[in-house]
Design a protein around this ligand. Structure first.
Ligand code: FNU
Length: 215
């Protein structure tokens, strides 16, 4: 097993219950680079789950809030979430550079440049080039790109400034494959249901971790 800094797997912990979340995070932590929390867990267990997950796993926590508001509201939300211990916040790019900038002033930020679901082709994909330009200008920690479309990950990698990480949800339940998307240029894969809804989350995380080795 490698040190956590070499790992490429992020757990999307989309359960409601605090105990279940802590149990799954603890038993999979050995194979993860980070744990991602989203609204289901924050609504189900409260913001303090971020602090608890950090204590239990010792891993970075990504708050997937997909912030998409005016700068002041983004700032009000992000400041509480960073205070709770989140290491990264995911924000939408489409509200503009001032909205994203308000989050970036407070902490490390990940900008959505293309989403993984089929509907992303309707409104987001047509403006992905502009969202990549925004990322290149603001230089966030990373961007979100779709594991469900490895060819789009290659494209995004080719346009994105080196050093900006690519994080890709959509592996497993949404049809994306870990090896394929990492070869296409992703730095990290984000996996939810294929781990937390499996019979044996630790074993599922281990298998995905093995898949990421040597890619
Ligand atoms: P799983 N997620 C996503 N696609 O799936 N943040 C995106 O384009 C995006 C995301 C999140 O399908 C999704 O909300 F920007 O069970 C969920 O938390 O593996 C996770 O990534 C995927 O979960």
């Amino acid at each position: 097993m490698s040190g956590s800094e070499d790992r490429k797997l992020i757990l999307a912990l989309d359960v409601y219950e605090r105990e279940r979340a802590l149990e799954i995070a603890e038993c999979t932590a050995d194979y993860l680079w980070a744990v991602k929390v989203n609204w289901p867990l924050i609504i189900g267990s409260g913001l303090s789950i971020i602090t608890e997950l950090k204590q239990v796993t010792g891993l970075p926590i990504i708050a997937d809030l997909k912030l998409a508001d005016i700068p002041n509201t983004n700032r009000l939300i992000a400041s509480k979430v960073f205070d709770a211990g989140a290491d990264y916040i995911i924000a939408h790019g489409f509200p503009g550079s001032d909205s994203v900038g308000a989050v970036m002033e407070l902490g490390k930020t990940i900008i959505v440049v293309e989403m993984s679901h089929p509907g992303a082709k309707e409104f987001i994909q047509p403006v992905t080039d502009k969202l990549i330009e925004l990322a290149n200008e603001l230089e966030p920690f990373g961007v979100i790109a779709p594991a469900t479309r490895p060819e789009r990950v290659s494209y995004i990698r080719s346009k994105l400034k080196p050093g900006i990480k690519i994080l890709t949800p959509g592996v497993g339940a949404q049809g994306g494959r870990a090896g394929e998307v990492l070869k296409a240029g992703a730095d990290y894969i984000i996996v939810g249901r294929s781990i937390y809804a499996s019979e044996n989350p630790r074993e599922s995380a281990r298998m995905l971790y093995e898949e990421t080795l040597g890619v």
